[in-house]
Design a protein around this ligand. Structure first.
Ligand SMILES: *Cc1c(COP(=O)(O)O)cnc(C)c1O
Length: 342
């Protein structure tokens, strides 16, 4: 047990399995800036097909797919509507201002989830004093919401509102498959509701690099230009795309195991005297609050001495994220350690 390292900082820390590496090594590649990498084209078409979208664009990161989508769907001086926890606002370095010269209207949803009732009053009237509201961004699952998720039926009324008011709708689906394995919703229906969808391959799906932006043909044409300007046009990227194809074929259904592991940790935490509260564990993210006697930074250091890596998540808060490189044996070690450290 002494040498076991359990990395719960994020689901981005996964490393390619031997089978994924084998798929990467045998990929057929070409220059993707010339549109000649057949593995990239296959990944883009495959991902688009899963979500009932016309086209896909392979990019180096989810930050890039989100930022490209925002640039595609806004004009300078427009306003983007998002929850205050949104990754596009909190964790993309202020990119909305830098890349799109747009402002952001922040809403306070239920664990990051928006409703038409919250969105409608935030849509500006057609008045020269106000920025033009042009885009709503949803996140599914919501990272800062502790992995909370939307059902398709929650999104439909938001889609109708956006359509009625002439706003575009983008999905930050960095962890969309975590939502889908819980809801059982048909991913194809997502293509009907969203103008853009960003899907990460390098989170729970276990690929080393990459995200795909999905949209209509004309959106992706524009997106390709923006990707080039941002320096995201990659050459023989098929080696990376092959990992993405492997991930989509092999690592989606198993996300349920990550959710079960996260729930096991969540349940154990509830019984501990030094834990003040635990957010509901809906998918693969566990966020909990330590009681007033504890210091989150010390707590994280203490766990590190036992080979468990995790992050603080604000004052008194700690976050664990489960993923495909975390086994049930590791989970048992985490739970035993949590029980004995105080
Ligand atoms: C990780 C993540 C992204 C994209 O992050 P990259 O590290 O740029 O790939 C986007 N949105 C959410 C909610 C995320 O968790």
């Amino acid at each position: 047990m002494q040498s076991m390292i359990v990395d719960l900082r994020s689901d981005t820390v996964t490393k390619p399995s031997p089978a994924m590496l084998a798929a990467m090594m045998s990929a057929k590649v070409g220059d993707d800036v010339y549109g000649e990498d057949e593995t990239v084209l296959e990944l883009e078409a495959k991902t688009a097909d899963i979500f009932g979208m016309e086209c896909g664009l392979f990019c180096p990161s989810g930050t890039m797919t989100n930022q490209i989508a925002i640039k595609c769907f806004t004009n300078p001086l427009d306003e983007v509507i998002a929850d205050e926890t949104a990754h596009v606002y909190r964790y993309e370095g202020g990119g909305i201002a830098f890349n799109s010269a747009a402002s952001v209207r922040l809403l306070y949803g239920d664990r990051g989830r928006l409703t038409p009732e919250l969105i409608e009053p935030a849509i500006n009237p057609d008045n020269i004093h106000n920025p033009v509201s042009s885009l709503v961004v949803l996140e599914n699952t919501v990272n800062r919401g502790g992995g909370s998720y939307y059902y398709l039926s929650d999104i439909e009324p938001i889609y109708h509102l956006c359509k009625l008011k002439g706003l575009k709708l983008h999905l930050d689906g960095a962890r969309i498959f975590n939502a889908l394995v819980e809801t059982g919703d048909d991913p194809k229906a997502y293509g009907e509701l969203f103008d853009g969808i960003s899907v990460c391959l390098s989170k729970g799906l276990g690929a080393p690099v990459g995200s795909v932006l999905l949209g209509r043909k004309e959106t992706i044409k524009k997106a390709k230009r923006i990707r080039k300007v941002l320096g995201g046009g990659m050459r023989q990227a098929g080696f990376l795309a092959a990992a993405g194809i492997y991930a989509l074929d092999n690592n989606v259904d198993r996300l349920k195991e990550d959710h079960a592991n996260a729930r096991a940790i969540g349940e154990a935490l509830l019984a501990l005297p030094y834990v003040a509260s635990v957010m509901p564990v809906d998918t693969n993210i566990v966020i909990f609050r330590l009681d007033e006697s504890q210091n989150a930074e010390h707590f994280v250091e203490k766990l590190a001495h036992h080979g468990i890596k995790c992050n603080t998540f604000g004052k008194q808060m700690v976050r664990f994220v489960t993923h495909l490189d975390v086994s049930t044996t590791m989970i048992d070690h985490v739970i035993e350690t949590l029980k004995k450290i105080y």
